[in-house]
Structure formats: structure tokens, C-alpha cells
Design a binder for this molecule. Structure first.
Ligand SMILES: Nc1ncnc2c1ncn2[C@@H]1O[C@H](COP(=O)(O)OP(=O)(O)OP(=O)(O)O)[C@@H](O)[C@H]1O
Length: 361
């Protein structure tokens, strides 16, 4: 699977309980829920093992760790890992993001004020401006930047020595990084979506920190609806906690989790109202497709972009919908998930209406 295709937009987290970008409430509580060291960090076993080696080796040498590139969808723990890197190196951390660095001078100001060994976390590194990016090449490789003073023919480059530092770049789109930038990272890790059992661990840990009692089945129920993403798991946990406290005795069981998430219209597979609306239209109005994106969007009453960027990535990832050259097509799993029966082909016809794109004879 090419995960770049399945990355949700930053906008989707604003109103959706199952959006993977951080909303205001997430930002307020996430600091409290972040694991503080590699042992507490759940899942991503290979990344943890490799990073542990990189950091131990750097500590042994008494040097700053190699630059680290973390790629993966929003909410999988890139910011958390960057903070862990700083903590494990007993180094301070500076946090900024690509869109905040539009001029090379912005970057020069940050780099020149770094302390020896400091970790610089650069989120959305693929969104930095080109001049800043070029300055970063030299900074990463030689711990030096050329600051340009003046303009036109009289401009001069003044070299500026930097202290050794560790750049941790994070991106949802590793494919968009220019190769010269990608090549300057000593260690690159791709974060995968989490398995349900790993999300259960995240939920139990967060429940302990939030002081809410959760039984094993309650955590399983929430994990199954969390779309492989710790941020969503933590958010659903908070909504289920509200329900448990208002409508029950405060303890999260399977029954309570499932009743709470029914209120929020998040189904047992993590689809919300928008996702189900798209699937329902595709199945009921278009016999499972193929149907063009614009037609589907009109049928759902949403913008084309909303269907394409917000709903579809997860439906594709879940194997419920396929994007084909002839249009959007539902898979057999989509029919099963909504409890509907695919139309049968008339006798002698090659394949059913809903199956033409993907499964036609
Ligand atoms: N492996 C993990 N174990 C426990 N909690 C985790 C893990 N990964 C992420 N979390 C929790 O999920 C939330 C989101 O994590 P984080 O902010 O690090 O994601 P991110 O990948 O940086 O997202 P974005 O790309 O939107 O910045 C945090 O509250 C964090 O505590």
C-alpha cells in the first residue's frame, strides 16, 4: 500500500471525531498523554529498536545523534518520538514546522540560536520554502550556514558556524521530499498504522493517566474503532469516558463503549457518518459503481475534495472502496459492512452491475 495516498488532510480533524489531525482539545491533553521514553512508547517495534541503537551509540560517543526523518500519517506519534529522542539524549528540544519557515532568514535565526546537542523538531518538513531547504542541506551536513548580507551584486555570504544538533524532520509525505534532503538524514523511519492490540495498550495507558476505569473488553471496543491511530484512540476514550460518567457508573465496558460511540455515530469499524454516507450512496444509488467522483460527491451533498481527501483514504485503506480508472467501485466488503446484498447479474450477463469495475468477468 502506498500510504501517501491514504493520508488525511489537516482539515479533517477539525470537526470529525475520527479525524486524525489534532483538534484544540487534543492539543490541550496530548502533552499529558505522551509517553516520555522509548519503553513507554507502544508499538512500532522495529522503529523503537533501531532508534534505541542510534541513540545509545550517540550517547556512547558523547555526540549529537544523527538526523532522524520520521514519516507517517498524522497522529501516529512523530511529535512524541521527537520528544523522546530529546529526553533520551538529555538534550533540549526546539519545535517548529515547515510552514513557519518561509524565508531562509527564519531558519538561520533558529539554527544560530541552537544549543550544543539540541534537538530541532521540524514538523511538516515537506512544506518548507526552497531557499530554507537549501540552507538546511549545509546546516545538516557541515553544521554551518552562509548568511547572505546585502542584495544584488554587492551581496556577500558570511559563514556562520553552528553547534552540532540533531534535526528530527517529520512528514506525512516522504515522497515529496527532494532526494538531497532525504539523503542527509542518517536514520529514516516510517511509522505504520497500529494494530488493534497495540491501540488497546495505548488506551489502557491513557485510561490510567486520565484516572478512568476501563475493562479489557471496553478497551478492545474502542481500539477497533480507532482507525489504527493513537490520537483517535485517545480522543474516543475521552468521549466514552464522558458517556460512562454521565450515563453509567464511570467504568468503561464493552457495552458502555459501544453505546457511547453509537451516540457519536462511529461504527464498529471506525467509520463515521460521512464515510457511511459515501458508501451508502455508492451502493444504493449506483449499485456499487463504477461512478465518477463528482457524481458521487453530488449524491452525498459534499464537496468533491471532502469525499476524495477526507472520506475516501480510510475507505480505500479498509478495502471498502477502490479508485479505478472508470470511477469509484465498492468492494464485496462494503456490501457486507452495510448489510446489503449486491445486485445479481441478469442470467447470461458477464458480472453484476456493482462488480463491473473490480470483479467483472
Ligand atoms: N506509540 C504511542 N504510544 C502511546 N501513545 C501514543 C503513541 N503514539 C502516539 N501516541 C499519542 O497520540 C497522540 C498523538 O501523537 P503525536 O502528536 O506524537 O502524533 P504525530 O504523528 O506527531 O501527529 P501530527 O503529524 O498530527 O503532528 C499523543 O497524545 C500521543 O501521546
Amino acid at each position: 500500500m502506498n500510504w501517501d495516498d491514504t493520508t488525511e488532510t489537516a482539515a479533517d480533524g477539525e470537526e470529525r471525531l475520527v479525524g486524525s489531525a489534532a483538534d484544540g482539545e487534543d492539543q490541550a491533553v496530548e502533552a499529558a498523554l505522551r509517553p516520555k521514553d522509548l519503553r513507554e512508547f507502544v508499538g512500532q517495534a522495529k522503529v523503537r529498536e533501531q532508534l534505541d541503537l542510534v541513540l545509545r551509540a550517540a550517547r556512547t560517543r558523547g555526540a549529537a545523534a544523527d538526523h532522524v526523518l520520521l514519516s507517517g500519517a498524522p497522529g501516529l506519534g512523530k511529535t512524541t518520538l521527537s520528544m523522546i529522542i530529546a529526553a533520551e539524549m538529555a538534550a533540549p528540544i526546539r519545535i517548529t514546522s515547515g510552514p513557519a519557515i518561509q524565508h531562509a532568514g527564519d531558519l538561520a535565526a533558529i539554527l544560530s540560536s541552537l544549543q550544543d546537542g539540541e534537538v530541532l523538531f521540524l514538523d511538516e518538513i515537506h512544506r518548507m520554502s526552497r531557499p530554507a531547504e537549501e540552507m538546511l542541506y549545509m546546516a545538516m551536513e557541515d553544521f554551518r550556514v552562509d548568511v547572505i548580507v546585502g542584495k544584488g551584486p554587492g551581496a556577500t555570504a558570511i559563514p556562520l558556524e553552528l553547534p552540532p544538533f540533531t534535526l528530527v524532520g517529520a512528514t506525512t509525505r516522504a515522497g515529496l521530499l527532494p532526494p538531497p534532503l532525504r539523503d542527509r538524514f542518517g536514520f529514516t523511519a516510517h511509522m505504520e498504522f497500529y494494530e488493534p492490540a497495540e491501540l488497546e495498550q495505548v488506551i489502557h495507558r491513557s485510561a490510567r493517566l486520565l484516572d478512568v476505569e476501563t475493562d479489557a473488553e471496553g478497551a478492545t471496543e474502542i481500539a477497533g474503532r480507532s482507525r489504527g491511530t493513537p490520537r483517535i484512540a485517545n480522543r474516543l476514550l475521552r468521549r466514552v469516558r464522558d458517556y460512562a460518567q454521565v450515563k453509567a457508573d464511570g467504568v468503561i465496558t464493552r457495552e458502555i463503549a459501544s453505546r457511547a460511540l453509537a451516540v457519536y455515530e462511529v461504527d464498529e469499524r471506525g467509520l463515521d457518518r460521512l464515510d457511511r454516507g459515501v458508501l451508502t450512496a455508492l451502493l444504493k444509488l449506483f449499485g456499487g459503481g463504477p461512478v465518477g467522483l463528482s457524481t458521487l460527491a453530488v449524491a452525498v451533498g459534499e464537496e468533491r475534495e471532502t469525499v476524495e481527501e477526507v472520506a475516501e483514504p480510510f475507505l480505500v485503506r479498509e478495502g471498502l472502496l477502490a479508485r479505478t480508472p472508470r470511477g469509484r467501485v465498492a468492494t464485496p466488503a462494503a456490501w457486507a459492512h452495510l448489510g446489503l446484498t449486491p445486485p445479481q447479474p441478469p442470467p447470461g450477463a458477464p458480472g453484476g452491475a456493482g462488480q463491473q469495475g473490480l470483479f467483472g468477468a
